[in-house]
Design a protein around this ligand. Structure first.
Ligand code: PMP
Length: 405
């Protein structure tokens, strides 16, 4: 006892391990395509100009103090965050059916949403949650931590490098009624493959028919298309159809506030009275876990969302990021197909959405890229498009070309 002999050594987190290996590599043309954080064309982290402006306003505010926020967060942040995802004219918000709590970024929202369901959802028998295959790997541990068993449903079809839509729908329709299912609101991580609007509408119908509960994870609003409303379409469609749901929201990527850990959990309840009861319990859960959420990121996002000028600036910054990524997709596609005549079909590079692209290469080819070309990516062939820029994209395309020949 005390020496912790029975504690097994856990493996390091695969993504963060990749970054460490990249940092240690002295090769000048090395590329890191592992981590999902935006980089500018010079491979530098980008502080959004709107965030700089908001920070200045915040720091010159003579009233600024460091008091605790309310347990459920900064009200001007949570209310604006709800309008951002559900829409400024959302009837659910107007009727008071939406309850919103500030969380430790998207991870904290997933955790609190999972914890709340674990305690209060009317489970038919065991607590099970269904995740897309594949998904953000952290989903598995987050739900296990709160006593919910994660299972998967088919989502990605390696043959088409696209959505396995029929199999996905069929599986969902065969699950027990009132199953809880995680959906990526936009820019699916890791595949970059999203359903079309028609497909989303069909999925929503199925949820209604089966009474399934939609656990939306929204980590990339604005990042997918460059348009905040467009990327919220699926969530709003489900709300409009009155599918029971919650939404986990992160401002890590779309505001570049990764380290500030700013996010929210929104639960859409059937009545205002149910929403109030849900909020009271979310407050109790949050109190025991974090007591009060951190203030800085909440203040920044609140300023940005509630000030017309800053909001317009933010939209411009979001399209700067989204467009750079879309340009990288187009350029990679052009290099592979037109210039290098790389064997295979690369349409998915331009069809996939958001920060990540599933290249469709094998684990052996991924490994060869790392070992021979000093290009760091996860074994599943996922690349972060944000790691590519005008200086390194040709080297990447040529290395990929070599790896698949
Ligand atoms: N969900 C998904 C699907 C993600 O990709 C991420 C970020 N990698 C998150 C949630 C949460 O990220 P954060 O906690 O940094 O907001």
């Amino acid at each position: 006892p005390g020496k912790w002999h029975s504690v097994p050594l856990a493996p390091p987190d695969s993504i963060f391990k990749l970054t460490a290996a990249y940092k240690d590599d002295p090769f000048p043309q090395k590329i890191n395509l592992g981590v999902g954080a935006y980089r500018d064309d010079d491979n530098k982290p980008w502080v959004l100009p709107v965030v700089k402006k908001a920070t200045e306003r915040l720091l010159t505010d003579p009233e600024l103090d460091h008091e605790y926020l309310p347990i459920t967060g900064l009200p001007s942040f949570t209310s604006a965050a709800a309008r951002l995802i559900l829409g400024p004219d959302s009837p659910a918000i107007k009727r008071g059916h939406v309850t919103s709590v500030q969380t430790i970024s998207g991870t904290g929202a997933n955790h609190l949403g999972g914890l709340f369901l674990s305690r209060f959802y009317k489970w038919s028998n065991e607590k099970k949650i269904y995740l897309s295959d594949p998904t953000w790997v952290n989903h598995f541990a987050i739900f296990r931590n709160v006593g919910i068993e994660p299972l998967t449903y088919p989502y990605y079809d390696p043959k088409t490098i696209g959505l396995a839509f029929d199999l996905f729908l069929e599986t969902l329709s065969n699950l027990p009624e009132r199953s809880v299912i995680v959906l990526h609101a936009c820019a699916h991580n890791p595949t970059g493959v999203d359903p079309t609007r028609e497909q989303w509408a069909q999925i929503a119908e199925l949820f209604l028919k089966k009474g399934h509960y939609a656990f939306f994870d929204c980590a990339y609003q604005g990042f997918a298309s460059g348009d905040l409303d467009n990327d919220a379409w699926a969530v709003r469609e489900f709300v409009k159809k009155e599918v029971p749901l919650l939404v986990c929201q992160s401002f890590a990527k779309n505001a570049g506030l990764y380290g500030e850990r700013i996010g929210a959990l929104h639960v859409v309840a059937p009545t205002d009275e149910a929403a109030a009861r849900v909020k009271s319990q979310l407050s109790v859960l949050s109190r025991s876990e974090i007591s009060n959420p951190p203030a800085h990121g909440a203040r920044l996002v609140s300023l940005i969302l509630n000030d017309a000028e800053l909001f317009a600036d933010w939209k411009r910054d979001i399209s700067t990021m989204a467009n750079r990524i879309i340009d990288m997709r187009k350029e990679l596609y052009r290099l592979l197909t037109d210039e290098l005549k790389t064997p295979g079909n690369w349409d998915h590079i331009v069809n996939q959405i958001g920060m990540f692209s599933f290249t469709g290469i094998t684990p052996e080819q991924s490994q060869a890229l790392t070992e021979k070309a000093h290009i760091y990516l996860t074994q599943n062939g996922r690349i972060s498009m944000a790691g590519l820029n005008s200086h390194n994209i040709r080297y990447f395309a040529e290395s990929l070309d070599k790896a698949v020949r």
